[in-house]
Design a protein around this ligand. Structure first.
Ligand SMILES: Cc1ncc(COP(=O)(O)O)c(C=O)c1O
Length: 370
């Protein structure tokens, strides 16, 4: 067992050790410190692709100028793929930029409704300005309860928010059920579906709610270049929505001033790069299987994941203690989410980093069970 002091020290280390460079180690200024297995933020460390790296170099040389026509190119690529118009598209530095603007805009109109456990980082921002987030209990199996969510949409609700697949559970909703929910719910309020991990699912097109936008439903879909494209540090994301919702979101932001040229260039080079995406997906699925196997070998159950991370039921063990014990061994994972004290989230990072987690697990479990 860890005593309180060791526990706090390890917790602090979990937050910092992946970020602080060793003295004089310039290469570590921008990535995890040497020897650290970074499995805590759902990044794809196999990116950026070589095409993206080349584009970044090109664009960075023109870094004296604001973003420019590269963004029009990216915009045209996205709109062509999804058969939408420019007024349906809002860019930001990562999808979290526009998601925050949307949360603040909708919190000013009413309550935001969501499941009890989802990626609510941007939504919680709106709470600081007096907004209200109403959480609806999950189903028995940790799923998003669409019927309960629908029943909870009162006239005061301005936005209902769902992550599909969900973070931190990794679970995917049935696409027919979600489509039906979106159509019904969007008659009452705006529906946001955050599809940050869509490209990692077994059927990205089938699982996406983007077609509902062209059909005129008041649905917003969030997409990002931070996950499968391996560009989290280059900060490009976007929302697709009805034109009036887009206008509202943009009225809470500062437009394309949050975007950077290198990120846009990397996104242009990556958007249609199916070879790189296939490669990334294979690595992610391989890492995910390794995590699931290691967890199951210790008798832990896992939520069925369609993402780059696994939500593990540690039973009687505490997820913060697990995080601290792993951090002491140079492995960064997540701790407790809300009151899910026994659930641990582990991302499929570099395969050698995942291996380090798998190797540390028997010792850590033995230590925590002692
Ligand atoms: C579900 C979900 N949406 C959005 C984001 C934000 O990503 P970004 O701002 O890098 O696009 C994350 C990040 O982890 C996420 O898990």
């Amino acid at each position: 067992m860890l005593n309180r002091r060791a526990f706090l020290g390890a917790s602090a280390m979990a937050g910092l050790s992946g970020l602080l460079p060793a003295a004089g180690a310039a290469a570590n200024l921008y990535g995890p410190a040497a020897g650290i297995a970074k499995l805590d933020a759902n990044e794809n460390p196999y990116g950026p692709s070589s095409a993206a790296l080349e584009a970044i170099q090109h664009a960075a040389a023109q870094g004296a100028y604001y973003v420019g026509p590269g963004l029009e190119r990216l915009s045209a690529m996205i709109l062509e793929r999804f058969s939408l118009a420019p007024e349906n598209l809002t860019f930001s530095a990562g999808s979290s930029g526009s998601l925050s603007d949307l949360a603040r805009a909708k919190a000013a109109e009413g309550k935001i409704l969501g499941p009890d456990l989802f990626w609510d980082t941007t939504t919680r921002l709106a709470l600081r300005q007096g907004g209200e987030l109403v959480r609806v209990a999950k189903t028995e199996d940790l799923g998003v309860d669409l019927e309960a969510l629908y029943a909870a949409i009162t006239p005061e609700v301005s936005l209902v928010q769902i992550c599909n697949p969900n973070n931190p559970t990794g679970m995917l909703l049935d696409h027919e059920a979600l489509r039906d929910f979106c159509i019904r719910a969007s008659k009452k309020c705006t529906v946001l579906v955050d599809e940050a991990y869509n490209e990692i699912t077994d059927d990205p097109d089938g699982n996406s709610m983007i077609p509902l936008i062209a059909q005129g439903h008041d649905v917003v879909v969030a997409r990002t270049f931070s996950k499968i494209y391996g560009l989290a540090g280059l900060r490009v994301g976007y929302l697709l929505s009805q034109p009036d919702t887009g206008q509202l979101i943009r009225s809470y932001g500062i437009g394309n001033y949050t975007l950077n040229k290198a990120g846009v260039a990397a996104a242009v080079a990556s958007f249609d790069d199916e070879v790189f995406m296939r490669f990334s997906r294979e690595k992610i699925l391989q890492g995910r299987e390794m995590i699931i196997d290691a967890a199951q070998q210790h008798g832990f159950k896992v939520a069925p994941s369609q993402t780059s991370f696994v939500f593990i039921d540690l039973g009687e063990l505490n997820a913060n203690a697990m995080r601290a014990a792993m951090a002491q061994r140079g492995v960064l994972i997540r701790g407790i989410y809300q009151d899910y004290t026994g659930w641990s989230r582990v991302s499929a990072g570099l395969l050698e980093a995942v291996e380090k987690y798998c190797q540390a697990l028997p010792e850590v479990v033995a230590e925590l069970r002692a």
